[in-house]
Design a protein around this ligand. Structure first.
Ligand SMILES: [Zn+2]
Length: 130
């Protein structure tokens, strides 16, 4: 039973990665009410429906908030200073987060800056670009 759940989860992650590498965001759409969610859930948070379909959303949006990591932790030397960015998707009422390299100060990244999904890094997760 547990193994079954893990393999389902893994395939969803694999699909998310595959979508990110196509510059898309994979979301779950409630078949009953159309509500969109980023995470895999068992029941829709709006209508409690339990059927979902996976949809690709355009991986572009605007920066809502972020945290700059100026001191580069071990394992992140390849990206240098970067920001963990929360962005609101252009075409859906959803927020996603990812890593945007090359950000040193808030002047590099005003709130409202447009960002796009650049791909998925096995170490860092969702990668963004301006
Ligand atoms: Zn629903």
């Amino acid at each position: 039973m547990i193994e079954e759940k893990l393999s389902t989860h893994k395939s969803t992650l694999e699909k998310f990665i595959e979508a990110a590498n196509r510059k898309k965001i994979l979301a779950q759409k409630c078949v009953k009410c159309g509500h969109l969610m980023l995470e895999t859930v068992f029941f829709c948070e709006k209508c409690a429906g339990n059927k979902f379909e996976q949809v690709d959303l355009e991986g572009s949006g605007i920066v809502v908030t972020y945290t700059i990591q100026a001191v580069v932790p071990e394992g992140f030397e390849d990206v240098g200073s970067y920001a963990w960015v929360v962005f609101k998707l252009d075409n859906a009422p959803l927020r996603a987060s990812g890593l945007l390299p090359g950000i040193k100060t808030p002047a590099d990244l005003p709130i409202g800056t447009k960002v796009r999904v650049a791909g998925y890094d096995s170490k860092h997760g969702l990668m963004l670009q301006k």
